[in-house]
Design a protein around this ligand. Structure first.
Ligand code: FES
Length: 120
């Protein structure tokens, strides 16, 4: 059984501003780009979930897919993923999606993602 609790924050990673909480809609995901990381923000049962936004099958943004009953369907070839767990539900999706810790602060959605700094 997959864990549907929110992804666990990591103490060493900074929080990044992703969107206004008011932008989120339970029927329409929001795609964001945070320092080159494409994430999909999903509102499900009042809770915000952040998942990688690029479909593992090929290049499509899942945030442009169809969200219903806790599942996001890829707009290209209909891979389906559980929003709460990131679990891949059909073979074409190839693997589970990475989940990222989320918090709400002052009406803003913040996520924790590992940012790799470019060498100078
Ligand atoms: S790109 Fe998502 S299922 Fe093919």
């Amino acid at each position: 059984m997959s864990d549907s609790s929110p992804a666990t924050p990591t103490q060493d990673l900074p929080w990044h501003d992703a969107a206004a909480q008011g932008q989120l809609d339970p029927d329409f995901p929001v795609g964001v780009d945070i320092h080159g990381h494409k994430l999909g923000l999903f509102l499900l049962d009042g809770e915000v979930h952040a998942l990688e936004d690029i479909c593992p099958h090929s290049y499509a943004l899942l945030s442009q897919g169809f969200q219903e009953d806790g599942v996001i369907e890829c707009p290209l070839h209909a891979a389906r993923f559980d929003i709460a767990t990131g679990k891949c539900l059909v073979a074409v999706g190839q693997r589970d999606l990475q989940r990222f810790p989320v918090r709400i602060a002052d009406g803003r959605v913040q996520v924790q993602i590992p940012i790799v700094k470019a060498a100078v």
